[in-house]
Ligand binder design. Structure first.
Ligand code: GAP
Length: 513
């Protein structure tokens, strides 16, 4: 990766603004002032996200994948409902335990996740002085807190004068002298209280406890609840996987960082069912497989990280077993740190056992392994990725400032991910050029998403495609009618070459598949 695209030089504001301007991503219901934590994808963003989800589905479900033993891996797809029988969420642990600690500010009316707040104060002055809270990872919030502390101390403090601690470590007395990130007076932040992240709704006309239902907070439970249906109706045998792509909903306390933490988002999840004694082997294979996949679609380089969870980070279902790893990306707003794109977890037999118990059938629902002539609840390796976070990572990685270009920037998407694969232009709008260009456009359009444009100067048309991240532009000029060739312009190198008009399709196929 070039230096100009190092995360520090990529401003999130500039990326968000390009997304808005070029129709990648809009605020949901923007005409009414938007709604916090919800985002819409415009034409280019929809194509980008669809390319990501299609690549995932093709590479996981459709194409041959060879497992750790060199044999083809069996994975089938499902498409489950967003609203399920609410008992599902009791069994999965979400009703009882899917909570975040929430803090309200009585003065500013803002709401924060307690585990996202940190505090600063003058060294050794947690009593009698004043403490300032800020949103960790938010440089502006920290800068405001530092300024307020300086003002309170009536001098410019050095870093060594300042002590930092998490908000959750404060005593009640210390909270009483703490000023909230968006407040002026101390004591405005409430005590943290637990908040369930599931969105509630009601099924049917009567809104009472009996009709209460939830929007799914993960797609995984639809897969687990269908495990027995799939075993009974398909020819799958352990080891095998079930894949699903779909919406999930979480009433996040503080949605932030563009689409990174949204209240409605899409997941791409695989539950891979294995014999209990093969967890280590499959866990390591899936972890490496998934990391290599993100690299293959353009996140190669030092912005991508594979990080094993520490013991104290493990989810309740992964406390024992082969482990959990996160595949993380260095977003501009996390830099120099990283943010999670996908988790790969050994969930043991937690979910299948829980559903068997809660539906009342218990051990009768154990899987029968014909080869071994034994019954057991299969263990699960779960690679669970976010389609919106993946799309955001592709956007951040692609954003390449280039002052030499009229657009000032170009989007360096991997050609497989590019929303528009190619553009076809007549150099000028006369002398038979538009007709030849349109005929080439129609031919390419049968296979790929291609754009035809005959308006504006050629420079302006190239600039539009640079911002859309289109890897190749073909231009029909005054010589095309005689030499039967067009000029192809490469987005990244800006180099141009001449190729026969009859070879364009094959040329493109070789480069974008
Ligand atoms: N079934 C396991 C599970 O749901 P998770 O780590 O909570 O695990 C998996 O979610 C992925 O879903 C994350 O790695 C992330 O990419 C995406 N995700 C989770 N919460 C999200 C949110 N609020 N906004 C956008 N994406 C989110």
């Amino acid at each position: 990766m070039s230096d100009t695209n190092a995360p520090a030089t990529r401003s999130m504001d500039a990326i968000v603004s390009l997304c808005r301007r070029r129709g990648f991503i809009f605020q949901s219901s923007e005409i009414y002032g938007g709604i916090n934590g919800f985002w819409d994808y415009g034409p280019l963003g929809t194509a980008l996200k669809r390319n990501l989800k299609n690549a995932w589905w093709n590479d996981i479900v459709d194409r041959e994948l060879l497992g750790p033993d060199g044999k083809p891996v069996d994975i089938v797809g499902v498409d489950c409902t967003i609203i399920m029988n609410p008992k599902t969420w009791v069994a999965s642990g979400h009703v009882g335990g899917f909570n975040d600690p929430m803090v309200d500010c009585k003065e500013s009316k803002a709401r924060y996740r307690a585990d996202h707040l940190a505090c600063i104060c003058l060294n050794g002055q947690t009593e009698g002085g004043q403490i300032y809270a800020y949103v960790s990872g938010d440089d502006d919030s920290l800068a405001r807190a530092r300024k307020a502390l300086d003002k309170y101390c009536k001098r410019t403090l050095q870093d060594t004068d300042v002590a930092t601690c998490p908000f959750s470590a404060l005593s009640a007395a210390e909270r009483g002298i703490t000023v909230g990130p968006d407040a002026k007076t101390p004591g405005s932040l409430t005590e943290p209280r637990m908040f369930n992240l599931m969105f509630e709704t009601h099924c049917g006309a009567i809104r009472d406890a009996d009709s209460l239902a939830y929007l799914r907070p993960e797609t995984a439970q639809g897969i687990f609840a269908n495990f027995w249906n799939i075993v009974d109706t398909s020819r799958v045998k352990v080891p095998f996987g079930i894949a699903q792509v779909g919406k999930a909903f979480r009433n996040e306390v503080t949605p932030r960082n563009f689409t990174f933490r949204s209240r409605e988002f899409e997941q791409m999840e695989i539950e891979f069912f294995i014999r209990p004694d093969s967890a280590n082997e499959w866990y390591a294979w899936w972890r490496d497989q998934r990391f290599a996949w993100w690299q293959s679609i353009g996140l190669a380089g030092e912005n991508l990280l594979l990080r094993a969870h520490d013991k104290d980070e493990l989810a309740h279902y992964a406390k024992t077993g082969a482990g959990t790893s996160d595949i993380e990306y260095r977003f501009p707003f996390t830099s120099p740190g990283f943010g999670e794109l996908e988790g790969v977890a050994h969930r043991a037999d937690f979910d299948l056992k829980a559903h068997a118990t809660h539906c009342g059938k218990g051990d009768k629902m154990r899987y029968f392994d014909q080869e071994r002539n034994e019954r057991y609840f299969p263990h699960v390796i779960e690679p669970s990725a976010g389609a919106d976070r993946g799309t955001l990572a592709l956007l951040c990685e692609a954003y390449t400032p280039d002052p030499a270009r009229p657009s000032g920037v170009y989007m360096k998407f991997n050609p497989r991910m590019a929303p528009i694969k190619a553009a076809v232009y007549p150099l000028v709008n006369k002398e038979g050029m538009p007709e030849i260009a349109e005929s080439l456009y129609r031919e390419l359009r049968r296979e790929w998403s291609v754009e035809f444009d005959e308006k504006q100067s050629i420079g302006k048309r190239y600039a539009r495609m640079d911002e859309a991240g289109t890897p190749y532009c073909f231009t029909v000029d005054g010589d095309t009618a005689t030499d039967q060739a067009v000029t192809v312009r490469h987005r990244d190198s800006l180099q141009q070459e001449r190729i026969g008009i009859g070879q364009v399709k094959e040329w493109l196929r070789e480069r974008i598949g």
